[in-house]
Design a protein around this ligand. Structure first.
Ligand SMILES: [Zn+2]
Ligand SMILES: [Zn+2]
Length: 232
């Protein structure tokens, strides 16, 4: 068992980029120490939706207090969607540079280790519709989930949550249009009593993860967390 684990660890290490994704200095986990400090970390976030809060504000943002709270229970999101993280996500998504998923996933894992949120039973990437997946060839959320799963030893499941509606991209839509665009877009198999962490690259309005979380809850999930790299 130990020998197998060592072989696994060595293979895993070989897969990780050994250089900083930003400055190419030697780095063990995606970014060197100096560049890590320059990343747009969210210092203080809403306990529910992960939105950045000013220093001294209460733990839950005005939106989550006033409006109908989201279908998910809590968010774990290390970064604002700003440079250089935004550029790294674009390279991953649109330039097929999958190595960035390992680096960003390592930072998400580091953040989760520090924040110590309740450990989920499984990670589930927000799925792409089959057509979009064939077009892109990979799901960036899946690549990030695999990295986090390896780092933290959490199982990644991708069969239980499906995207049944091929929605138009959310970019450029109003908040209301985003909500109706993804309504009913997801379906999940039974997940009775489980704590699922939905994994995505960027949370913008939160409509997509909200719709996915609703499908997971409907399928019996007890708790749904959102683990994403950045929040716009
Ligand atoms: Zn660096
Ligand atoms: Zn909030």
């Amino acid at each position: 068992m130990n020998a197998a684990r060592n072989v696994f660890a060595r293979v895993f290490d070989a897969l990780l980029p050994r250089r900083c994704a930003l400055c190419a200095a030697r780095a063990e986990r995606g970014f060197c120490g100096d560049c890590r400090q320059m990343l747009p970390w969210i210092a203080r976030a809403c306990e529910i939706c992960g939105a950045e809060l000013p220093a001294g504000a209460p733990g839950v943002c005005g939106g989550c207090q006033a409006e109908e709270p989201p279908s998910y229970d809590r968010a774990v999101i290390p970064f604002r969607y700003c440079e250089p993280v935004a550029g790294q996500i674009r390279l991953l998504k649109y330039r097929d540079q999958l190595g960035h998923a390992a680096a960003l996933g390592a930072m998400l894992s580091l953040h989760a280790r520090r924040a110590r949120p309740p450990h989920p039973d499984a990670l589930m990437p927000v799925p792409l519709h089959g057509k979009r997946l064939r077009l892109r060839g990979f799901n960036q959320a899946m690549e990030i989930a695999k990295s986090v799963g390896r780092e933290l030893g959490i199982e990644v499941r991708h069969r239980e949550l499906r995207r049944i509606k091929n929605t138009v991209p959310q970019v450029g839509l109003s908040h209301a249009a985003r909500r109706s665009n993804v309504r009913g877009a997801f379906r999940a198999s039974p997940l009775r009593g489980m704590h699922i962490a939905l994994v995505d690259d960027v949370v913008t309005s939160g409509s997509t993860v909200d719709a996915a979380a609703r499908a997971l809850k409907r399928a019996g999930a007890e708790t749904v967390s959102v683990w994403a790299v950045a929040r716009a």
